[in-house]
Design a protein around this ligand. Structure first.
Ligand code: HEC
Ligand code: HEC
Length: 415
């Protein structure tokens, strides 16, 4: 064993010479030492293993490793196919180690028989390969050529829904789905889920800017080194003016009238209810100083300190206030502290019939109304007294999204 120590030192130095990091040095040197240790063990009597003995330890160990891989894959948000692939790799390792311990073959009796065996094995393997791959989706050059030759999106003469549909196509064809989910659709969470983030609440200029000059503004929670550089910078050149217009029109539709926007990277997300920056912006709007919300001042009726100035206006300090009873869809018995996001949104955008609480959503961008709501809540639920954040709502399903439209939950799709 000691004989190998100089070798380990040499490996250490060579690795150091190549300027690999400390971890690599330790790893490579320890591989040498483990090898040395194994070689130094007294030789075991070699016996053939039966199939049962062969898999006795390997199979349970593999099952545990496969389980861990599956679990970790899921935890880190890999798509299901990747998880299956990880487990498949573990199975390949099992096959490999089983092969190492398999019984030795008997010597061939004649040249003919080994040639015959070799050829039939080759034929069998090739046959299997052809049969399996023939079942998989085939590459069709024509389809790819057609994609390249597709006429560029031209907006002339297209009306609203067609522009949005064209924008959706631009989104699909330019691999945006490779990094962005849109609610439940998409393959990875490298970039923000543009649905639950509700990118449609933002102005067209902001969205356009994020596509043509993505380094100017980082999406909240995506300011780590890797994410900062992830969003490609070539779209300004690759996409025509019309294509950008269309994709912006599509992104403008991504909103959720039933939940506060969700920010941050999958795994460490938060809602606007608990976002100090949003709440600070909401205060400015609530008190009537919002630049983009000139003429909106919640405080003139609800009071700067939350003490209503107008009689009858909701007192946000009282967590036990019920919903108004002046609306046909009112929710009796539900206290303000438990109001669903959808109720806040509906009352503030749609207003309360025959009261000074006007349908603000007809006049002002909903982006700012959500922020004012996040602030209004702090009168009975101050930010610094919260022991935990509000849970991240489940991603809405396709059926739910359809229902928002049929239920007319948006006042004006573009506000
Ligand atoms: C290689 C991964 C990748 C691809 C492909 C990609 N994005 Fe992004 N995108 C990101 C990341 C990461 C961020 C967050 C960091 C940032 O703001 O730059 C982001 C940010 C954005 C934002 C800003 C979101 C916000 O919260 O302000 C928009 C809008 C956007 N992408 C649109 C698109 C569109 C449209 C496409 C396709 C034309 C696309 N992205 C393709 C990774 C990608
Ligand atoms: C012109 C006065 C006025 C302004 C401005 C105003 N409100 Fe109100 N608001 C009222 C009155 C009055 C009520 C009570 C209506 C009722 O139930 O009779 C009310 C009720 C509410 C309620 C309770 C809804 C319910 O279900 O009972 C919420 C939430 C609310 N306002 C939020 C806001 C926010 C946020 C703003 C600013 C974006 C705002 N209000 C601006 C007058 C106003």
């Amino acid at each position: 064993m000691l004989k190998f120590l100089p070798l380990a030192v040499v490996v250490w130095l060579v690795v150091a010479w190549f300027e690999l990091n400390m971890l690599m040095r330790w790893m490579l040197s320890s591989v040498v030492l483990v090898y040395a240790f194994l070689l130094a063990l007294p030789p075991k009597k070699l016996t053939e293993k039966t199939f049962g003995q062969n898999i006795k330890f390997k199979l349970p160990i593999l099952l545990i490793i496969a389980g861990i891989l599956w679990f970790l894959g899921g935890k880190f948000g890999f798509p299901i196919w990747w998880q299956i692939e990880f487990v498949a790799f573990a199975l390949v390792a099992l096959a490999f180690f089983m092969l190492l311990d398999i019984k030795t073959l008997k010597p061939e009796k004649s040249t003919f028989s080994w040639v015959f065996r070799l050829l039939t094995t080759y034929a069998l393997a090739s046959g299997l390969f052809i049969v399996i791959t023939a079942q998989l989706p085939q590459f069709d050059p024509q389809v790819e050529v057609d994609k390249l030759n597709r006429p560029p999106v031209k907006l002339e003469g297209l009306a609203g829904p067609e522009v949005i549909a064209a924008g959706r196509e631009v989104f699909e064809n330019n691999k945006c789905f490779n990094c962005h989910k849109v609610f439940w659709e998409g393959n990875s969470d490298r970039g923000p889920n543009l649905g639950t983030r509700q990118i449609g609440l933002y102005s067209e200029d902001y969205i356009r800017g994020q596509i043509t000059n993505p380094r100017a503004d980082q999406s909240p929670g995506f300011d780590d080194k890797k994410s900062k550089k992830a969003m490609p910078t070539y779209y300004e050149e690759d996409l025509s003016e019309d294509e950008i217009d269309a994709v912006v029109a599509y992104l403008k539709t991504l909103r959720d009238p039933t939940h506060m926007p969700v920010e941050g990277k999958f795994g460490s997300q938060w809602t606007w209810w608990d976002d100090p920056k949003i709440i600070a912006e909401g205060k400015v709007i609530f008190e009537g100083f919002g630049k983009q919300t000139e003429g909106l001042n919640c405080a003139v009726c609800h009071g700067k300190e939350g003490i209503p100035i107008m009689t009858g206006a909701m007192d946000f300090r009282k967590a036990d206030n019920p919903d108004t009873n002046k609306m046909p869809d009112h929710m009796p018995g539900v206290l303000m502290k438990d109001w669903p996001d959808a109720l806040w949104y509906k009352r503030v955008t749609r207003g309360i019939d025959a009261t000074p609480m006007a349908p603000w959503g007809m006049l002002f961008p909903h982006l700012y109304l959500w922020k004012a709501e996040a602030y209004a809540r702090t009168f009975h639920d101050p930010l610094d007294k919260r022991t935990e954040k509000r849970p991240i709502p489940p991603v809405p399903t396709k059926e739910e999204i359809e229902k928002w439209k049929t239920d007319g939950l948006f006042m004006d799709p573009l506000l």
